[in-house]
Write a protein that binds this ligand. Sequence first.
Ligand SMILES: Cc1cc2nc3c(=O)[nH]c(=O)nc-3n(C[C@H](O)[C@H](O)[C@H](O)COP(=O)(O)OP(=O)(O)OC[C@H]3O[C@@H](n4cnc5c(N)ncnc54)[C@H](O)[C@@H]3O)c2cc1C
Length: 415
Amino acid sequence: MNKRVLVIGGGAAGMMSAITAAEHGAAVTLLEPNERLGKKLNITGKGRCNLTNNADSGELLAHVAKNGRFLYSAFSRFDGRDTMAFFEALGVPLKTERGNRVFPVSDRAFDVSAALERRLHALRVRLVRDRAVSLTLRDGRICGAEGERGPYPAEAVILATGGVSYPATGSTGDGYRLASAAGHAVSIPVGSLVPLVSPDPCCPAMQGLALRNIRIAVRSARNKVVYEDFGELLFTHFGLSGPVILSASAHMRDFAQGPYTVEIDLKPALDDRKLEARLLRDMEERKNQTFSALVGGLVPRSMIPVVVERCGLDGDIRVNAVTREQRLRLEQTLRRFTVEVTALRPVEEAIVTSGGISVKEINPNTMESKIVKGLYFAGEIVDADAYTGGFNLQIAWATGRAAGAAAAGGEGDGT
Ligand SMILES: Cc1cc2nc3c(=O)[nH]c(=O)nc-3n(C[C@H](O)[C@H](O)[C@H](O)COP(=O)(O)OP(=O)(O)OC[C@H]3O[C@@H](n4cnc5c(N)ncnc54)[C@H](O)[C@@H]3O)c2cc1C
């Protein structure tokens, strides 16, 4: 009889695990309580699915924020190019965009999940709509799992239930509880790629304002620059969000030392000399107008009162009354608009969960538990996470590939 492999979770990692185990000859059952497979996958990349990065394993590892070394083996055997070849073979044409980000040519995440589902059907993977509630162990070995609708006996079980971010997609932390009951250590999950909380009243005052083409530098409480980038930022009622902020958040993991400061360069295209020349020219042209009108020519409308206040000036004063020192203060505010950040938003709002099953208890070659024989892990449930650019899905594909092959192979040798 073929080896029975039970995969728990029908997200990116679970589908890849199930496909790989079936390709290696196992009789595979995939449990997923959602009506559809890949509910989170379908909302990735704003519905376009940045499914990997067009990169080799070395480049992939450079973009892993936590526990990159653990992923070395999985990435070496299945890198971004392998993921691309895999999906193209499934009939999903791909394109590579800025930063080597890979998307389906159709710009539809749904095409990625549909291709995986077609492959699951072709390999006769048994798809069951059910939720696993406990793992079944005997003498330190796995022998299946209990679902809400009945038992699922198996010689190998792959846990691919994701983290705890965006719980409406199904990732509610069940896998942590199942693994913990089996003796695994689970580190406390926190958000990564998550919006930032600020006490600065400027944020609610400017909520909804998106700043494009700005540069940010993030400083730690010890005044060390931990992140610099160029892109788009959004002010919200609670603080800051937007692509450049989500990326920055992965580098902000130590609030115990005190708050971080986000410095926004509102005029990154102008060096100091050009910025000064621009201000002098604007001041000459608007010398009979108000200071607010001058600022209005430099920043979006909802920013005007905030910038005026930061300059410590009355917005109604005439530009020809502005002193050199006051002009320098305006220059400084445009170059370095600071926002204090005191916390990350809750993990449920994060793009990815940092934390999960301790990598010390997982064999990096096979993804097999070092505690329970026959139990494997794949995807976001593992305590490893990466920056934006397709790297988190690449973790799901590569670990799913490794776990599926090893679970089907039986001896945990990763072949
Ligand atoms: C808005 C958003 C956009 C993103 N965009 C990108 C992107 O463009 N590129 C990128 O690389 N990454 C992106 N990510 C991250 C990426 O989606 C995840 O890292 C990836 O989906 C993790 O895959 P997974 O299979 O491990 O977990 P999930 O996709 O969360 O799948 C876990 C599955 O397990 C099921 N499950 C849970 N408990 C049980 C149980 N008890 N029994 C059975 N099944 C269970 C769940 O229903 C779920 O379907 C994005 C994330 C979000 C939230």
